[in-house]
Every structure is written in C-alpha cells, then in structure tokens.
Design a protein around this ligand. Structure first.
Ligand code: PEP
Ligand code: MN
Length: 372
C-alpha cells in the first residue's frame, strides 16, 4: 500500500488561490524569448491559467531533433513570471536541472514520463530534491505499470516532498492508434482509489498527439474526477520546434476552456439520488446474474476438459474458437455491443476457460500417476 498519506491538498498549494480545475498551459518547448513572452502574455490574459509550462531541456526519443534551449530559457521564464504573474514550470531530469531551476526561482517542477520509467533516475532526482518545497508534478511512466508509477511517487514523498501531483499523459501504444498515447483510464482510476488524496492532472495534449482530440480527452478527464489539465499552447503552433500537431493557440485554449463542462462530483438533489439508486439496483442485479452465468459456463468448461482428457483431445480447438468469436461478435452487434468490447470480453473468458481445462487435465494426469 502506498504511504502517500500526508500530501498537501492541491487547494492549499497557492497562497493566492485558484479556480478549480488547476490549469497549466504553455508551449511544449521554450524556443526564444519573444515566443515565450508572447505566448505567456496571451495565456495570462485569459485569467484562467495558473501555471505556465515550458520545456527547457527536451527528452527526444532520437538524437538530432530540437533538444531544447537549455539554461538560457530560465532567464526568459523569470521574465515571464515578472511580467505576467504566472507561476512557472519546467521539466527536470537530473540534479543539474534541479539546481538551475531552483537558482532561477522556477515555481513548479515536473518529472517527464521517460524519467519516471527509471527508478535509478527517480531516486537521483528525489535525493537532490530533499528540501524542495515547491510543487512537484510526476508524469506517469511510459509503460502502463501502476507500481512503477506509485513507486516513483513514493520515492519523492519519502524525500520529504509533500506538494505532489501526478500527471496522466497516457502510455506508449504498441499498435497503431488514433491517439498518440493510450489513455488507459483504468490506471489513473486505480491510482486515485489507492491514493485518495493524490491530485491527478491530465495532459490531454500528449495523450492526443493532435489538437483535434484534445477537447474530448480533456472533458473525459474532468468527468473522471481529475483535478487539473496541462495543455500545450503556443502562439503559433505551425512553426513550433516540437509537438507542433498537438499545440493549441491561446485563442483555441480559450475556446476549449469555455466549452468544457464542469460537472459536480455529486448532488444532494433527492430525485437524482433516488433515481440513481434505482438504476444502480438494476446494475447490481444484472452483475449478479452475469457472474452466476459465468460460473455456470465455467462448470460446463470443466466438464468439457474432463471429456477431452478422456478422449485424449487437445484443449485448443481453433475452428471452434474462431466460430465463437464470429458468431458472438455478430450477435453483439445486433444487441448494440461493439466488436472490440465483445472480442475483449470473450478473449478474457476464453483465457480463463483454457486455464480451467488445463487444471482439470493436470489433475486427472496426476491422479492416474498416483494410481499406477
Ligand atoms: C512534455 O511535457 O513536453 C513531455 C516531454 O512530456 P512526456 O514526458 O509526457 O512525454
Ligand atoms: Mn510536448
């Protein structure tokens, strides 16, 4: 169990307060002083953004791409802070970055996804962050491993940092996908249920990879109870030196923030509560029936396992499996269930069936061995 018990609540992070959700915006990378200042001023004018983000050192997957302006950008950020009043945030990946960020008065530090994926790097950062009082944002690791994610948070927490939030930026997709990174929403949900007081900020820009999907992802994040959004914004995205397809203009950011629907976590309205309870009763009863049916199905599977064993027939019957998939997908469609959902569900059931049949067959073999 994670021991992130005494985290400072997000609401208390800034003496001058902020309106929830916490909005962080700014370019993927700092490119020049005018680019930074122009973008920051336009963002500040919206009056809705608390923190100005900007990458100074850029972790690029392959060398040769723009790798950031380096420490020169820290001066520009000090200027941004002075002229706009926005809090500033940069990514840090090693002790030298941390030292410089602190020297230049950067308010918020974030740890990138590639760094979070490596416990050695995380520990090095945690060691040099001892005594750092400002907020620290920890992005999820590239791979969807919740323990690696929690482990990184614990290392920073153990170093005495208590203003910690995590940033959900999605996970590396192994297959071609519409979104740049797979959100795997079940992971931040699981994290929230394990670490109730951990603020989670969604980064719809890196999840989407394309400005077209940012609104949809951001709205979903808010509906799933996330505490804030980090949105890459550039005064002129088409000339951006990194992540040009996913950056919004300040005007687009304004529209996005205006269009997001801020739904309540719950309501005291008694009609709503009664109706919701009735619907939930139905769900409870359907779940019970579903589990009873699955249990019956597994009993039949065990019988099949015994029967195949007696007749020395292999477990996997490929033709039968293909027929199951195609007929169930067809049936699912007529019932309004998507192909993807039906396939995934059946794959899970089939995996368990194979496991059950294997157990049955092994038991029979063992019993026979004992007899002889
Ligand atoms: C970034 O925020 O620009 C960045 C590099 O993100 P990530 O670490 O999520 O890839
Ligand atoms: Mn980026």
């Amino acid at each position: 169990m994670p021991k992130l018990k005494n985290l400072s609540p997000l609401k208390k992070w800034f003496k001058d307060g902020f309106n929830e959700p916490l909005i962080i915006a700014g370019p993927c990378s700092a490119e020049s002083e005018p680019q930074l200042m122009l973008t920051a001023k336009k963002i500040a004018e919206l009056g809705k953004v608390k923190i100005f983000r900007s990458g100074i050192w850029k972790p690029r997957t392959r060398p040769g791409n723009f790798e950031g302006v380096g420490s020169e950008g820290l001066e520009w950020l000090s200027q941004v802070k002075k002229e706009t009043g926005l809090y500033t945030a940069i990514e840090v990946a090693n002790p030298e970055h941390v030292e410089l960020a602190i020297k230049y008065g950067i308010d918020v530090l974030w740890v990138g996804a590639r760094t979070t994926s490596n416990p050695f790097s995380v520990q090095k950062l945690a060691d040099c962050l001892k005594g750092f009082t400002g907020p620290l944002l920890v992005k999820n690791p590239i791979n969807p491993d919740i323990n690696l994610w929690i482990g990184a948070l614990e290392r920073f927490y153990k170093a005495g940092i208590n203003k910690i939030a995590t940033v959900h930026r999605g996970f590396y997709p192994f297959e071609a996908t519409t979104l740049r990174n797979i959100p795997k929403w079940e992971l931040p949900i699981e994290l929230k249920s394990q670490c109730r007081n951990l603020p989670i900020i969604c980064d719809p820009s890196h999840i989407s990879g394309n400005r077209e999907f940012i609104y949809e992802v951001a709205q979903k994040a808010l509906d799933l109870n996330m505490d804030g959004l980090m949105i890459e914004t550039h005064y002129h995205p088409t000339v951006a030196l990194s992540d040009m397809n996913q950056q919004l203009t300040p005007k687009e950011l304004e529209e996005l923030l205006e269009n997001l629907v801020l739904r309540r976590a719950s309501t005291r309205n008694s009609d709503f509560t009664t109706n919701l309870e009735t619907l939930r009763d139905q769900i409870d009863s359907i779940d019970q029936q579903m589990l009873e049916l699955l249990s019956q199905r597994m009993n039949v599977v065990e019988e099949i396992g015994r029967y195949k064993s007696e007749n020395e027939v292999k477990i996997l019957q490929l033709r039968r499996w293909e027929k199951i998939i195609s007929t169930r997908v067809k049936l699912g469609k007529t019932l309004g269930l998507s192909e993807d959902f039906v396939k995934k569900l059946l794959q899970l059931v089939h995996k368990e069936s194979i496991q059950k049949q294997t157990e049955v067959m092994n038991k029979i073999v063992l019993a026979e061995k004992k007899k002889s």
